[in-house]
Design a protein around this ligand. Sequence first.
Ligand code: ZN
Length: 264
Amino acid sequence: MASQAYDSDPLVLLKALLSTIEEDIIPLTSKGVSSGNKLFGAAILSKAGLDPQTVSTNNETASPLLHGEINCIQQFFAQTSFPDPSLHRGEGKPPPLSQQQQQRPNPRDCVFLATHEPCSLCLSGITWSGFDNFFYLFTYEDSRDLFSIPYDIEILQEVFRVPAATASRSSSSPLSTNAGSEKQIGGALDEDLEARPLYNRRNKFFTARSFEDLAREVGDRYGEEEEKRWKDEIARVKARYKGLSDTYQKTKTDAAVESASFWK
Ligand SMILES: [Zn+2]
């Protein structure tokens, strides 16, 4: 029943996700980047009311593992009160703390929102925590090209993507695992590898969709004009991250800002 409400109308869902980013995540991320943290944020919403249960931002100045998503999951499981999932967010604010007496919802009854497509650590964190979906505003390519953060792609490629030819050779010859050997040995097979997605967006554990995917679904249901309108709206919210990125890039080169993160 819960999942019906969240997935019954792509427009309602997209609207709720965008407003959660603007009203709940960005204010936290603004503070985070000012103290030297990356601009990745996350929120967990109830499927029933699409209201945020937990909102977090990256805190890698404390630990390199405290990505926005992991921080959010940790907080979700540490939190002792939650908004009533039956209360719709509507146009107003989430219910006041005095009304937040509910038990933690089952992750299966929640929508997971990540501002940026989750890295390998966070993909695993979301999976291990039992969320069966996530939605993201920026893609890996955006993180690399707009925010100068290429590690989501690089870690998935370098750590997890095993070229078939190299894998079979390396079992008989340890030398073939040397750096640089992969392209020569893989040959044509490696070209296929380059074209393959870095992870399964639909799998046994979760379904991942971008905001662009949702805008296309809005178009399928409400027509091209609505799709265009919501793509513009996505672009407007994305543009708000430009200033946050500039702040982060400035603080990371500032020697006075201590960060536990190795990959800056
Ligand atoms: Zn991550």
